[in-house]
Design a protein around this ligand. Sequence first.
Ligand SMILES: Nc1ncnc2c1ncn2[C@@H]1O[C@H](COP(=O)(O)OP(=O)(O)OP(=O)(O)O)[C@@H](O)[C@H]1O
Length: 488
Amino acid sequence: MSTPEQELLRRALAVLTSMAPAAIELGEVFKAAGHELALVGGPVRDAFLGRTSNDLDFATSATPDETQELLARWGDAHWDIGKEFGTIGARRFARGTGAQGADVVVEVTTYRSDQYDPASRKPVVAFGDTLDGDLSRRDFTVNAMAVRLPDLTFVDPFDGLTDLARGLLRTPIAPERSFDDDPLRMMRAARFAAQLGFDVDAGTLAAVVAMAGRIDIVSAERVQAELTKLLLADKPRKGLEVLVDTGLADHVLPELPALQLEIDEHHRHKDVYQHSLTVLEQAIAQETGPDGPVPAPDLVLRLAALLHDVGKPATRRFEPGGGVSFHHHEVVGAKLAAKRLKALKYEKQVVKDVSRLVELHLRFHGYGDGAWTDSAVRRYVTDAGPLLERLHRLTRADSTTRNRRKAQRLSDAYTDLEERIEALRAQEEIDAIRPDLDGTQIMQILGIRPGPEVGQAYKHLLGLRMEHGPLGPERAEEELRAWWAARR
Ligand SMILES: Nc1ncnc2c1ncn2[C@@H]1O[C@H](COP(=O)(O)OP(=O)(O)OP(=O)(O)O)[C@@H](O)[C@H]1O
């Protein structure tokens, strides 16, 4: 019989041995120079979860200058952008095959002993002398384990292994002090809950609830980075529930808890919040890589799935005859989503794409029983543009009815729409629809110079192309002349 911890240790040892050659070699380099070196953080935790990594974090007793000198002899490429925080990085290009067939990236950080400065309400970077001291300022016990090198001694001052075996996120020091030092750790609890499927320990969770408002002093960029990692996890629901249940979401993504108030009249779900989490999960199930079934996490799709109904609270109307409506919630939602993502400092393109998907997520429901004209299909494809594939996924994911027949009907209707798109695509260009005549041809035919009329003519021909499909140059010329004559 072996305890879960022993079982984990055995597994970790196998993983560590497989990634050890490069790490052990580095340990020997540091030892020869009289310094301590230990593998820390994510790679140690992941080794216990049976996952190898070629991205290794180390802590050392050496100063940043000493580390830089030692790494110069080990790696093939180096960087020191984190030197101010004690971190020097290096990459060793792949040698050999198998586990050694990939590049190894290392970041070595001088032992830290940051102290919280009550005046600036920020931790001040300081270097320390012990590994235990360094581990004590880490976020969670499962991230505060280390393996000394080159001898592979396991160091676990906060009993992280027990927490790992139980699937618990707990701060090594009192959570109130830890979150005071760096409130971002509260977001990180939600992120690791999503990534690892772990629960947040009761005391740690209570501290998040009590201190949620402190997240406001953290920069939007840092919050965004954690939210993104949370959303890109295989199963983000748990992390999102931590955000909402603790009140953190009221500060970083208030549109999400606001959905809890809404009763969804279309689907028999408790509320729009639960519906949104399910749509996110279903959208994730729809993700495939460009080369087939390898899942490729798609941030834009996931954000759109999570936020697609955020316009509902503001547009809810109770109708006189009973029932509820959310007219134009997609338009309102698109604006709210864009505003929130901008505040979180997401890149412009992400903001634009998510907002557009939110705006278009209902469009398909006008499709009914296949009664769309070719013109409506062209407009759907044109309005979605490069987001068409994602819109397909989002729209399919947005069906959470438990009524199987209704679900099947919706799915069949969407398949029908996709087939209509394919059929039209086989007949004509629909992915980048342009009028039959370009600006130069318009000017030639009408004998006019560049000016607003050319644009108006172009728009008129584009409208006809959308409505009727390709006209051909002759009919396009006739239509152009008729339009010109009518407006004179
Ligand atoms: N804000 C923080 N407060 C305390 N410790 C932190 C903080 N950020 C990082 N750490 C420590 O540094 C390690 C590396 O952080 P990082 O954010 O890279 O996480 P990770 O576990 O390596 O996962 P990933 O590389 O996927 O982000 C963590 O395991 C943790 O020990």
